[in-house]
Design a protein around this ligand. Structure first.
Ligand code: G6P
Length: 605
């Protein structure tokens, strides 16, 4: 998704902006650009393609100690040099970079064109530079001009604006699209993601929706859209630049898959009590009485976060015996959900910025719902909007496809389920069994990672299939869904996930040697039923790759993973499927970390 970087200080802005844009590459984009101010005039460069192409297009002498940069993910108008940001006003005085969508752009454009404004691009964003350009002439204050311009704008935005006539300040604003300020020594930064700032500073300030800021080399002020000043406390990000390196791996995805023994251990650290076999989750901000009062749990998230929520719902039902289910946040928010006081809502997000999830949380809050967040990014919008929650501590996830955040979320749900269960009917013995099982996970993940060569061979063997079916029953179904999601998003092989029991009600018609099946077959009480399903597939000449705790003659190939407690096995069964998707994508020569058409963090509707 689009990315923003801004700098004001004593140094040349261009190299800092380019470095920041590079750090945002992982979010997905199709073009990039930057603008700096020098001697009261703007210099811009914009290119379709990668940040490296932009860097090549920026001349060595591109002087200016204040500037803004952008990576664009096309929504209005195809990826091209002109549609790339920054956009300028007609006098070439104002430059704007914008994330989000201006919903009334057509109407504003017609109005401005009626007043004689000539547009350069097809973007919705360009209306902003012209609106601000007109206002700045009347007010001679950039802050005032931005405030006034935004009054006529409907939609979502994170913006950064420079004025060539006032080369000491940048105005940024947030409404639905993240903006974070970075506080340096006599220099200030702003960006849409801390990843862009982390090389320069770890002191940050997050803007809220409807908030604006003026940043100067020696400080910043924040204020609301009705010009009231707000007080902000900076906070220190505990990730550093090293967390964003690929650590010598060929792809971030493989690095992140390989980190899981450590990231799962971090999610668990300090959160289990060996005396009472309970979970310590201080961030929930709920006492035992309140924790007992919930009669349902509703989980929302998008993409892999939603599938991890399905895994979480299963864990909560099993361990806490509270009815729980998961739903895509993107659906939930649009169907005017019935919000009940005795339901606990849980929003999941790696980035903490996914717009659909954030909007669902806001809708829940409006209706008085109690919402927890399971979030990886500390201080992100969803973390701030929710009433409490669990941080994953998985470190930044860079590759578009989620892996370590998925497993850490499932682990966080196991802790939440243990917590909810132990204030109800889960016995100390079962609590202990789960705690011990959780403790074994990192080592068992390590063991699964040693299977990589074998999984790579299998991925190569199956990667040329036109499509694949993923099946699992009950605990295995979310595993199958996430496995299919991983395969389709990074290898572009069509993959469909079905509950194994549903196969005979339709999709069995698809089974043939051309459509291999990945079957999730844990050693649990449903083992026999799953083996029967394999027989049904085989009878239709379907090829089968079985992922479970034993080998079976009913399958063509088997991946055997270590066994944990039945409730926790799904977490482990997910890992070989990540490796399978990764190696299938590599075998097919895909852009593993930046799959086509996708973005890491979808901050638009
Ligand atoms: C995008 C990404 C997915 C991710 C989803 C939710 O669609 O491509 O990989 O699972 O957003 O992201 P979140 O940051 O909210 O977990």
């Amino acid at each position: 998704m689009c990315g923003i970087v801004a700098y004001v200080g004593p140094k040349d802005a261009a190299p800092i902006l380019l470095e920041g844009l590079q750090r945002l590459e992982y979010r997905g984009y199709d073009s990039a650009g930057l603008a700096v101010v020098n001697a009261k005039s703007l210099r811009t460069r914009k290119v379709k393609g990668r940040v490296a192409d932009l860097a090549a297009a920026v001349p060595a002498k591109f002087k200016g100690t204040i500037g803004i940069g952008h990576t664009r993910w096309a929504t209005h108008g195809a990826p091209s040099d002109v549609n790339a940001h920054p956009h300028l006003d007609q006098e070439q005085r104002i430059a704007v970079v914008h994330n989000g969508i201006i919903e009334n752009a057509d109407e504003l454009r017609r109005r401005l064109e009626g007043e004689g404004v000539k547009f350069e691009s097809e973007t919705d964003s360009e209306v902003l530079s012209h609106l601000i350009g007109r206002m700045v002439k009347d007010t001679d204050s950039l802050r005032e001009a931005v405030l006034r311009a935004l009054k006529s704008v409907v939609g979502t935005y994170g913006i950064a604006v420079v004025d060539a006539q006032r080369p000491g300040e940048i105005v940024v604003a947030r409404n639905g699209s993240p903006i974070v300020l970075g506080l340096g020594e006599k220099e200030m930064f702003a960006a849409s993601d801390v990843a862009a700032l982390i090389r320069y500073t770890r002191q940050v300030v997050h803007l809220e929706d409807g908030e604006l800021a003026v940043i100067k080399a020696d400080g910043f002020t924040t204020f609301t859209s009705d010009a009231r000043e707000t007080a902000k406390e900076p906070f220190t990000v505990d990730w550093d630049a090293g967390h964003y390196d690929n650590g010598g791996y060929e792809h971030y995805l493989l690095k992140e898959i390989s980190e899981q023994p450590e990231t799962v251990a971090r999610t668990l650290r300090g959160r289990m009590d060996d005396r009472f076999h309970i979970a310590h989750l201080g961030g929930l901000n709920m006492d035992a009485r309140e924790t007992r009062s919930f009669r349902r749990v509703k989980i929302i998230g998008c993409g892999s976060a939603y599938y991890s929520g399905q895994m979480g719902a299963q864990l909560i039902e099993e361990l806490a015996r509270i009815p729980a289910d998961a739903e895509p946040a993107s659906e939930f928010r649009y169907r005017s959900p019935v919000v009940e006081p005795d339901t606990l809502y849980v929003a999941i997000s790696q980035s903490g910025e996914t717009y659909d999830t954030l909007a669902a949380v806001q809708e829940l809050k409006r209706k008085g719902g109690r919402v927890l967040g399971i979030v990886n990014t500390v201080g992100s919008a969803i973390a701030r909007e929710t009433d409490g929650g669990i941080y994953l501590h998985a470190g930044p996830e860079v590759s578009v496809a989620s892996t370590k955040a998925f497993t850490s979320t499932a682990v966080a749900f196991a802790l939440l389920a243990l917590h909810l269960g132990r204030v109800r009917d889960l016995s100390p013995a079962d609590g202990r069994r789960i705690c011990e099982g959780l403790r074994r996970l990192p080592e068992q993940i390590e063991e699964i990672l040693t299977l990589e060569d074998r999984i790579k061979e299998l991925a190569k063997k199956y990667a040329d299939a036109p499509g694949m079916m993923f099946v699992g029953r009950v605990r295995g179904y979310p595993v199958a869904r996430e496995g299919a999601q991983k395969l389709k998003e990074i290898s572009y092989v069509h993959a469909e996930a079905y509950p194994a029991s549903e196969l005979k009600h339709g999709p069995l018609a698809l089974i043939s040697p051309e459509l291999p099946t990945v079957a999730i077959v844990p050693d649990d009480e449903l083992l026999d039923k799953n083996l029967t399903t394999l027989g049904e597939i085989r009878a239709r000449h379907g090829r089968i790759l079985m992922v479970g705790h034993r080998t079976s003659e009913a399958a063509d190939d088997c991946i055997v993973v270590p066994k944990n407690e039945v409730e926790l096995d799904p977490i482990l069964l997910t890992i070989p499927l990540q490796l399978f998707a990764y190696h299938a994508a590599v075998a097919l020569d895909r852009d593993v970390d930046r799959p086509r058409n996708l973005a890491k963090s979808v901050t638009v509707e």
